[in-house]
Design a protein around this ligand. Sequence first.
Ligand code: SAM
Ligand code: MD0
Ligand code: SF4
Length: 347
Amino acid sequence: MYEAILEKASEGRGIGREEIEKLLSIDDPDTLSSLFETAHSIKRKSFGDRVFTYGFVYFSTYCRNNCSFCYYRKSNGIERYRKSADEIVMLSGDLQDNGVNLVDLTMGEDNVMHNDNCRELVDIIGKVNSAVSIPIMLSPGAAKESVFPLFRDSGADWFACYQETHNRDLFSKRRIGQDYDHRYSQRDWARKYGMLAEDGIMVGIGETTGDVADSIVKMGSQGCEQIRVMTFVPQEGTPMSASLRKNREDELKVIAVMRLAHPDRLIPASLDVEGIEGLVPRIRAGANIVTSIVPPHMELAGVANKDLDIENGMRSIDHVIDVLETEGCVVGSNSDYSSLLRRMRAI
Ligand code: SAM
Ligand code: MD0
Ligand code: SF4
């Protein structure tokens, strides 16, 4: 039964909602291995052995929201920072010099950045854009439609905003007080005004297998060029601090099924969940982008793991490249990445 679905996906015939759900229910180790092998080979058909690297600059950890899963939620009494424009430019320049293909400018929903038509944020994007030649991704949370052209014009190539789940009830429990449709529209607006867009889900936040299948279908139909999954990591001081963390297999399975359902999308392996340990299994499950590369000694945080593998340099680009090359991957150049983006924009 599973074999027939795997074969169908390999032949590029496309799989539907029911087949997706079926694959997500695989738990026998041999069948799981076949799923990962199929995903890996579909990825190689689409992208070869090339893997691209994204640098991560979490430049403000202030947030006006209270997502139940997040360490940086407003009610958590943690220490926070907001980097200056000069620091952000310097960090982005260093990441470019070190060889990443993109810089992801990420923040909590910081009012200082969102006020006044995102004036300060637009200024920062413009400054980073003048200083670096690699593409810029912006992950600022949810913004109003009128600022999207400003993001685009100041130099943002990508806009990332993750729905987390496409189950409205679950969304309202996790993204407390936030509007589902407004968040969903972020990616439509990004694409409408000329940016590429990323959607994503979390596993381990109370979703069912059916919810994940729905999300995989919906992430595909919205047309986002990049789609992701991350395992929920329980955070101190949050309402979900005592929740259990899922084991690695669940996220790997979702990566693999996303690859089967959406062969041509970019799919990240995030270092944020398990650090460098988690890289190779995610690549083998069908991911082709490494995200959350963070240089050491810069006092920058991660999201799902605020400090895992950062200060020891394991999340630095040099170490990531070593691991990728040992795995037989080709680390994509900036010109490879630009032509990929041109191709995706033209579709
Ligand atoms: N604040 C912006 C937002 O929420 O869209 C952008 C950055 S946000 C910190 C990036 C993503 O990190 C969230 O959308 C969520 O998917 C993920 N994340 C946050 N807390 C997490 C956790 N405890 N475990 C795993 N992923 C988490
Ligand atoms: C990551 N910590 O890639 C980053 C973050 C935001 N665009 C990305 C969740 O894992
Ligand atoms: Fe704020 Fe983003 Fe965390 Fe939600 S996930 S609390 S919006 S930083």
